[in-house]
Design a protein around this ligand. Structure first.
Ligand code: KIV
Length: 276
């Protein structure tokens, strides 16, 4: 049975920690789903960790729809959240509704995520009112990287901490079913988590959040261009892959691959008839 937004919200009430992880393709989504992770985010972080851009800004709606479809095919139980990319929801609420609708209709995902607080609250409400579950995203909002001036901790000053709290309350009141808090001091994230009714999903926001989200390439150690302080590498996939690919490379060069085990035999007489 597919996880529902009511179940996610109930987890906060019961004090059950919520695990969320990104996935960008069918094979990975199938593994994440089989582990029992209840929330899969098809994050626009795929712009950096899959496509090699230096930010999420170049990611388009078509790219997100393409990857979200693949993840939905792989995830049978998790609630799949499609990340609305830059400029697909900021121009007008009408465009935001249309594009959020495309995620659900064209990919089969169950919810969308978008960045922004007070300024996006009306848009969030309008999308939710049309039957589309929305997750908010506050703190370090990567689509605004050019405005923020880099990957900086958000909410460190009295003014910005107050703004962040107001943003979280606005997103809660707009009807979102959860909110990501990215790169926010742990005590502030814990405080906000107590102040709002919906689950907070932290990334670089400490253990006081109701749940945690990570970029899968970070926790698997496959993306090595930049290792954020907030991540923990549970594997060194880059190392494992390098070793395996090197062995394959050498085996092909030395004629050790393929062996009979990977080849298909045939009746020798057929070749004889061909003039061998
Ligand atoms: O795009 C993404 O993967 C995200 C997470 C970092 C929350 O937005």
């Amino acid at each position: 049975m597919r996880v529902t937004i009511s179940q996610i919200k109930a987890m906060k009430q019961k004090g059950e920690k919520i695990t969320m992880l990104t996935a960008y393709d069918y094979t990975t989504a199938k593994i994440v789903d089989a582990v029992g992770v209840p929330l899969i985010l098809v994050g626009d972080s795929l712009g950096t960790v899959v496509l090699g851009y230096d930010s999420t800004v170049p990611v388009t709606l078509d790219v997100m729809l393409h990857h979200t479809r693949a993840v939905v095919r792989g995830a049978k139980n998790a609630l799949v959240v499609g990340d609305m990319p830059f400029m697909t929801y900021q121009i007008s609420p009408e465009e935001a509704i249309r594009n959020a609708g495309r995620f659900l209709q064209e990919t089969g995902c169950q919810a969308v995520k978008l960045e922004g607080g007070v300024t996006m609250a009306e848009t969030v409400k309008m999308i939710v009112d049309r039957g589309i579950p929305v997750m908010g995203h506050l703190g370090l909002t990567p689509q605004s990287i050019n405005q923020l001036g880099g990957h900086k901790i958000q909410g460190k000053t009295p003014e910005s901490a107050k703004r962040l709290l107001e943003d979280a309350i606005a997103i809660d009141q707009a009807g979102a079913f959860g909110v990501v808090l990215e790169t926010v001091p742990a005590p502030l994230a814990a405080f906000i988590s107590k102040k709002i009714s919906i689950p907070t999903i932290g990334i670089g926001a400490g253990v006081g959040c109701d749940g945690q989200v990570q970029v899968i390439n970070d926790i698997l150690g496959s993306y090595t261009d930049f290792v954020p302080k907030h991540t923990k590498q549970y594997a060194n996939l880059a190392g494992v892959m390098t070793e395996a690919i090197s062995q394959y490379y050498n085996d092909v060069k030395n004629g050790k691959f393929p062996t009979d085990a990977q080849s298909f035999p045939m009746d020798e007489s057929i070749l004889t008839n061909l003039g061998k």
